[in-house]
Design a protein around this ligand. Structure first.
Ligand code: NAD
Length: 437
């Protein structure tokens, strides 16, 4: 099977994908990495030297784009993926996009058209669909163990206060500071959509107001966003995501007509999304009630009670002792996004999030914010598989990014847009610079 030559744009988060290529040399080879930051390039170069890789480093995207490669990973700024994806598709490259796929409805039209025109593989890297628990919930749902979807919840709450200096550098215009709280929605909504295969059709959005924590971080959006979503079969989903609530949570729950499956909350015993709770009335795992740590492949090698033993067990799987795929970030999910991307390019069966599903996931937050700005009024979520539906959105540049929105610029918050004093950014910048010493 041909080795896929991969280029990576953005070497901070992109380092994960570089590592994947360096550890999976039989199927892929990282040939080029581009980052405009000298510090990031130096860090990537160090890894390449350690692994004896001769991948070339670029500072400039245009030079990088001319490099000999088959596919590109986009791990650049989260609000700038679509224009870069379109350039890469036009150049005949397969594209893996980090979250989010687009920041406006107009970009969504252009991206869908570019993917269709190119005939290339587009994969959306929503890694939270590939936790042991979310993979198992998908397997259970597809097998009919849970029956038909009636209600589900997805949560991605990450109190980013401690890491904010390192990920925004005190730049007031960094996307994490300018975005609405609804933008980063696919870690919470995405897995429920992917597990059930159901399209979101309607959303009401509720902003958790900016709070003292978010404002001291320099984030102009709310502390979090909540979307109440109707799926195409009439079932209902709640999606909660936040970067400034006090405590972290990653958690998914699905109620079907025959049972309920949910992941363990991230914080409990540190096992997090490695564990599933299943309540059902079929024969699956004896019926009624089960709690177990599924293998990635749907088997059940890990079981039993946790507590202290569980803690040891979880540390072992994190070190990749029981399954080397667990050594990849985000509970091994970072292995699967890349693995499935490469498999799709090679024409093998692959579990991917394609461009239409990526837009379904992103529209939950985008139209959720349009709803919040309209006082929570329900908004229809368009289906971009239908080309006629797209026309209405072709020139719709509504977003919080002033470089893109033109006269459709949206505020970062639907509740409070008081200016954040410049000292806040100076303080964050100082913390960032101090951390480099
Ligand atoms: N899926 C996940 O779990 C997860 C986790 C962290 C980050 N991310 C995503 O990864 C992406 C990157 O986030 P990040 O945390 O690395 O921070 P970031 O967005 O600040 O970093 C982007 C990197 O890309 C580089 N870059 C941006 N535009 C460039 C250009 N035109 N030319 C060359 N280099 C350019 C920057 O120098 C920087 O190093 C985002 O899309 C984010 O949403 C995903």
């Amino acid at each position: 099977m041909k080795k896929i030559k991969i280029g990576v744009l953005g070497g901070f988060r992109g380092k994960t994908m570089v590592d994947w290529c360096l550890q999976n040399k039989e199927s892929a080879e990282v040939t080029a990495i581009c980052d405009c930051s000298e510090a990031v390039r130096a860090s990537v170069q160090k890894t390449l030297n350690e692994k004896s890789s001769d991948a070339k480093l670029y500072e400039n995207f245009e030079d990088f784009l001319a490099h000999d490669m088959d596919a590109v990973v986009l791990a650049n700024y989260a609000n700038e993926h679509a224009p870069f994806a379109i350039r890469c598709l036009e150049r005949g490259l397969h594209v893996f996009s980090e979250v989010l796929p687009v920041q406006t409805p107009a970009e969504a039209v252009a991206l869908a058209e570019a993917v269709e025109k190119s005939g290339k593989i587009y994969v959306y890297g929503e890694n939270y669909c590939y936790f042991p628990a979310t993979l198992e919930m998908k397997r259970l749902y597809e097998k009919g163990v849970l029956g038909n979807f009636e209600y589900g919840e997805g949560e991605y709450v990450h109190n980013c206060e401690p890491i904010w200096p390192g990920i925004t550098y005190g730049d007031p215009e960094h996307w994490r500071n300018t975005m609405s709280a609804f933008f980063y929605c696919t870690h919470s909504a995405g897995p429920i959509i992917h597990i059930t295969g159901l399209r979101p059709v309607k959303v009401s959005g509720f902003e958790i107001p900016p709070d003292a924590r978010s404002r001291s971080m320099g984030a102009r959006g709310g502390a979090g966003g909540v979307e109440m979503v109707t799926l195409e079969n009439g079932g209902v989903m709640k999606s909660l995501h936040a970067s400034a609530l006090a405590k972290n949570s990653i958690w998914y729950s699905i109620y079907g007509t025959k049972g309920r499956a949910e992941s363990q909350r991230e914080c409990v015993f540190g096992q997090s999304t490695a564990k599933v709770y299943l309540m059902n009335d079929t024969e699956e795992r004896g019926g009624e009630w089960a709690q177990y740590c599924p293998s990635f492949d749907g088997g059940e090698p890990y079981s039993g009670e946790f507590g202290v033993e569980g803690e040891k067990f979880f540390k072992a799987i994190q070190r990749g002792e029981s399954d080397p795929r667990f050594s990849f970030g985000h509970q091994g999910s970072d292995y699967f996004t890349m693995d499935n991307f490469v498999r799709a390019i090679q024409g093998k069966p692959a579990n991917i999030v394609d461009v239409y599903e990526a837009l379904d996931m992103a529209f939950v937050g985008m139209f959720g914010y349009f709803s919040a700005l309209a006082g929570g009024a329900p908004m229809e979520i368009p289906d971009f598989r239908d080309k006629t539906v797209r026309e209405k959105y072709r020139n719709d540049t509504r977003c919080c990014d002033k470089k893109v929105a033109g006269d459709m610029l949206l505020p970062s918050s639907s509740i409070n847009n008081d200016e954040i004093p410049p000292e806040v950014y100076r303080t964050i910048r100082k913390k960032y610079l101090d951390s480099l010493k």
